[in-house]
Design a protein around this ligand. Structure first.
Ligand SMILES: [Zn+2]
Length: 72
């Protein structure tokens, strides 16, 4: 069992991974994004808030290029 860094609940990493895969159709890699430290519920609420601010696409593509040059 692992302990969630967000809500301190004990959770099974396999269950959390399964919950994320089911919720996002495998688009988000649970292990890569949470490093196994978040339970399923906390993972999903975190991903949902990141999707809301438009960061999920960067996260999924692994693309952190924000095109800084236009601000120079
Ligand atoms: Zn949690």
């Amino acid at each position: 069992m692992a302990t969630c860094i967000e809500c301190n609940a004990e959770f099974d990493v396999d269950d959390a991974r399964e919950a994320v895969n089911t919720e996002y159709d495998g688009d988000i890699d649970y292990d890569e994004t949470t490093e196994g430290e978040l339970c399923g519920d906390c993972s999903i609420s975190r991903f949902d808030s990141e999707i809301n601010v438009g960061r999920a696409i960067d996260m999924m593509n692994g693309d952190e290029d924000y095109d800084d040059e236009k601000y120079l």
